[in-house]
Design a protein around this ligand. Sequence first.
Ligand code: ARG
Length: 632
Amino acid sequence: MNLLERLRQSFAAATPEGGDRAAFAAAVRPSGDAKFGDYQANGCMALAKALKKNPRDVAAEVARSVDLEPLATSPEVAGPGFLNVRLRDEWLSSALERVLQDSALGVAPPETPKTVVVDFSSPNVAKPMHVGHVRSTVIGDSLARIFAALGHKVIRDNHLGDWGSQFGMILWGWKNHRDEQAYAVDPVGELARLYRLAADQIKRAEVLQEEYKAAIRLKREGNLDKAISLFAQISSRSDVPVSPSGPGFAESVLAFEETERLIERGKDVEEKTRAETVKLHSGDPENRALWDQFMPHCLAALHQIYDRLGVTFDVELGESFYDPMLADVVTDLEHKGLAVESQGATVVFTEETEAPFIVRKRDGAFNYATTDLATIQYREQNWQPDEVLYVVDHRQSDHFKQLFAVARRWGYDRTDFQHVAFGTILGTDRRPFKTRAGDVIGLESLLDESVQQARKIVDENSGELSPEERQHVSEVVGLGAIKYADLSQNRMSDYVFDWAKMLATNGNSGAYLQYAYARTQSIFRKGETTPEAIRQLAPTIVLTHPAERGLGLRVLRLPETLEMTASELKPNILTDYLFDLANQFSTFFVECPVLKAESPERRNSRLALCDLTGRVLKRGLNLLGIDVVDRM
Ligand code: ARG
């Protein structure tokens, strides 16, 4: 049962005449401090203001009329007009006794299940996955798990970027620089090399050109010192040797002719890769055959990482899948009078955003926007989703604002489209997270490093485990650390990737929760019993100690936590809850002897609380995509 929702309904029913029921109900919250009861209804002040009444009188009136039975007696009026609800101990006990026997841990199926599409991970293939792909993958996976656990129908869609300009680069590289032997041994490695070959030349040309222009401008302005140092930088970047110093250096003609050649060559590569992309898109048989040949290798490499992360998809309909539909999308938009010509391009104007949404570029090419519109149409026709979540970097928020506005005008106005945006991963220097050499960090090596770091901690703490067990625990802790660190942030903020914090065993970290879970299990081993045996005994649950009561109450908050996480699309609501639960368990563990309890009844009751805590921790972590182990 969703306890919070249940209380909100009771308070909604007791809203005084003329008051806003929804707002009054929404102001019911768990209390931050047990002194003020278990839940608080804080809506009386706002209501009194609206009704021009005394807030304490309003509170007293609600306290008299609200019916919270059998959960609680009348709430108590406190302060300027708060209502404090204290749940009955008997009710808490019997609710926990029910949950002890319930494999769903109190989570009930929804009245009307929704169909929810989660568009996540969605990397541009043909480049190796890097640290930037972590967030979408981990956040999307967790939200998908949570919606499914709440009883909704979830379609997990990996909207692969498998049709973009990166293929033009690979095709160009393949035709001009391929190493067939290397490809036979490690296809993805070779494709990545070819991609980088093209990308580096293009990028270098862009940078060189900017610097070169700036250097020449500085020189013309007579700013000789600065010009010389910039020329020196250019020469180091372009591997062109120049005489080391002196004003004559800036005129070192040979050097800069070579620089100009590099810039030209880079631009030429860019031109040619673009032509390869155009050929691929227009159905050129050679490029299409190469694409067909490369794709399975690219997908296999991605799936190796997904498997390791425990991430699955129901469909992987990448951009290429929608390519045949793009022309019809634009025609339809034109027929409906939504798309118009503007400066040679075809665009849709919307009221919500200033800039028009370009659906066909001046050169006739369709783009990311057209593909996303075709994707919406396909999903609507095939799945009729109630909700579509796009788990994508916050830098794309303008795109999604426009996309959703156009989709609504196009007629898809019943679906709730949500851009689940997130910030950037930063290094401890607060700059975008890179290797020491300044490269983006490959995802695979990041996972390896995390597991290695976890191994150190496991070796320190888990001396009694065998080396194989320790390796397994390290894998679970290492991957959990990366996921938890990501999910426990408010997703909108940038977050600092900090190994020490991520792997701390005593803070809000994955490892801390995994240890808490393992502790719930070790009690059973020590007591030479099992959770199943305790469930079978179905003991009466006693909550007379405040630490027992606090723990029991938190166990019962799983359903409301999951629903709030899903409605706000914020996995950190779930991590905060689990962290609080683990802390409460720690208090309980210190204050309430379990195996040495004063009576067998009390012992079984406390073992039942350990079992419930363990199951909620395990389920909660599982919904974050994080595994647990029984022994650490
Ligand atoms: N492939 C895109 C990128 O890497 C993300 C795609 C997100 N999903 C979507 N339907 N636009 O930026």
